[in-house]
Design a protein around this ligand. Structure first.
Ligand SMILES: C[C@@H](N)C(=O)N[C@H](C)C(=O)O
Ligand code: ZN
Length: 244
């Protein structure tokens, strides 16, 4: 499924993919490694382009100055194409189970196709076309939330990766307006805070996901009216060297 930002050309930067320093909190164990996703040769998902990491530190400092009791907490970062494919297939199967659809009838069921469409609102296709890379395989995208200073993720009114309207960044805006003292208003303000810190540091947010942000990829270029994106897909060869 092509998105409007897939028409943006990529003029590939050589900014390297590097390990995210431990000063930024990681939510361990890594959710997709725990599911058995295929990270070749034990390669680390905790990596991003170096300039993206600089921006994350900026967002972290902004957050510290706004609310010293909170910190950023990273859920996922770099994702090889094989992992993107694994996670898309896993998510379709999980939704089939949740919605009691038989995966074995998949080819014949229109309900199955509905589930595929729902999942594709949240997961980018594992495209091998260099013109349409999935954002996480460029090293420019991050799934992130807020945590207390002692490392406990706070409730944002919906789990990361949930398939449904609850994941829309503004899902609670109406109920927050109607009832400013409700838990929905708290969730809305937490989502707004995350968005504000990340966007002040230069990131853009995915339209359907409160937790997904990127810097320098096609979505970022499209939202910023920039002629080019500067991060394309990268993957690791068996020897772990970077291939652009
Ligand atoms: C679903 C979520 N983890 C995610 O990363 N979604 C984006 C759009 C993606 O698959 O690149
Ligand atoms: Zn993401």
């Amino acid at each position: 499924m092509l998105r409007p930002w897939h028409q943006i050309p990529i003029s590939a930067s050589k900014d390297p993919l590097v390990e995210i320093p431990f000063r930024l909190l990681r939510l361990e164990p890594h959710p997709y490694l725990s599911l058995g996703a295929p990270y070749a040769n034990g390669s680390s998902p905790w990596r991003l382009r170096s300039k993206v990491i600089d921006r994350l530190f900026l967002a972290q400092d902004l957050l510290k100055n706004t609310n010293s009791e909170l910190q950023l907490a990273i859920f996922d970062a770099w994702r090889p194409l094989a992992v993107q494919k694994f996670m898309v297939e896993y998510s379709i199967q999980r939704e089939c189970l949740n919605q009691a659809i038989s995966f074995s009838d998949s080819n014949y069921s229109s309900k199955y196709q509905e589930i595929v469409d729902q999942v594709q609102k949240f997961w980018a296709p594992p495209s091998t076309n260099p013109l349409t890379p999935p954002p996480h395989s460029t090293g420019a995208a991050i799934d992130i939330t807020l945590a207390t200073s002692n490392g406990l993720p706070i409730d944002m009114g919906g789990a990361i990766d949930e398939i449904g309207d609850i994941s829309m960044p503004n899902h609670y805006s109406q109920s927050a307006k109607t009832n400013p003292n409700s838990i929905s208003a708290t969730w809305h303000s937490r989502r707004l805070l995350l968005h504000e810190m990340m966007s002040s540091a230069g990131f853009v947010q995915h339209p359907n996901e409160w937790w997904h942000f990127s810097y320098g990829d096609q979505l970022w270029a499209w939202k910023n009216n920039s002629a080019n994106a500067f991060y394309g897909s990268l993957s690791f060869s068996d020897s772990n060297s970077i291939i652009f």
